[in-house]
Design a protein around this ligand. Sequence first.
Ligand code: SAH
Ligand code: SF4
Length: 365
Amino acid sequence: MSEATRTNLLNLSIDELKDFFVAMGEKPFRAQQVLKWIYQWGVTDFDEMTNIKKDVRAKLKEIAEVKAPTIISEQNSADGTTKWALDVGDGQVVESVLIPDEGRNTLCISTQVGCPIKCSFCRTGTQGFNRNLTISEIVGQVFVACKKVGFRQSSDEKAISNVVMMGMGEPLLNIKNVIAATEILLNDNAFGLSKRRVTISTSGVAPVLNQIAGKVDVALALSLHAPNDKLRDELVPLNKRHNIKTVLDAVKNYVEKSNANCGRVTIEYVLLDHVNDSTDDAEELARLLKRVPCKINLIPFNPHEGSGYARPSNSRIDRFCKVLMAHGYTVITRTTRGDDIAAACGQLAGQVKDKLKIKAAMVEA
Ligand code: SAH
Ligand code: SF4
């Protein structure tokens, strides 16, 4: 069988992998064995999968492969952050970022090539949108990172402990592949991550959030960025379709049905100088979030050329934070990591050839 027609096992959901073995005339438990070899040991050569019968291995070599995207560049930041650019074909490139931090290794992964939401302050959004990433391209980012830092079985202390979908793209607009990838991240035979350590960050695709509530249980972060619809319409254009009330209702519903969030959603709020960072904005935000159990993550804007926005001064950030704390909120001001290599939140650009119109991408939403 030619390479082009071989099935890439990284591209199969867990159920599809079971079906694949059943179609070969094998028992579904073969899927568990292969999952372990691939995702816990990083083995891609079927000959090394020694608990699988020789004839099955020979057949696998003929019809299947384990193929992750290739790393085309690696940049290391002075603060220990690493950014990888991955080739996803057709000249398209996506980025993922490894952020080591006291006993944790967090990998920030992309879910789309570019992003159709086009938030006004986000570099990914300004690159346009080409397509959704496949399952193998999403889990492949974790796989290639593990190839660098170690897999669970071979190097437990260094392995990836947390995965956040905060790279390029809007995860909820690629929900089918994001769900399949999430199952692989959580499955004990695969990456085996705790559901509290896998985070989906969304700009607020309310209908999809309602659809997955109670079915997909991971940590949720909502990118809110504004205390009212007028300002949010400007910053996050999706707000014109699903306004703040609709989105917060969907978030509440999701969190109520989840064990991974301990009852609270993370609200992300990018602080943009003199745009959404006044004490009045903070007061309005505090009122807005009264009915939503949450903690608030303030992200000082990470500048990129031509954005037209600036990072607020430390005193403005501090004042904003104090207003929220005075109202009793748990607030974390996120320290910028990897900005010297453009790896900080919203700085990922990759290489996107704009292909599809926004409407096509949002058809489901
Ligand atoms: N599309 C999803 C996930 C990817 S963006 C979402 O929007 O949630 C991850 C986070 O980075 C979001 O909270 C986003 O608003 C934030 N972000 C985007 N551009 C930024 C910038 N230039 N500076 C700081 N944070 C930014
Ligand atoms: Fe897309 Fe998120 Fe960037 Fe908005 S902030 S354009 S939703 S990646």
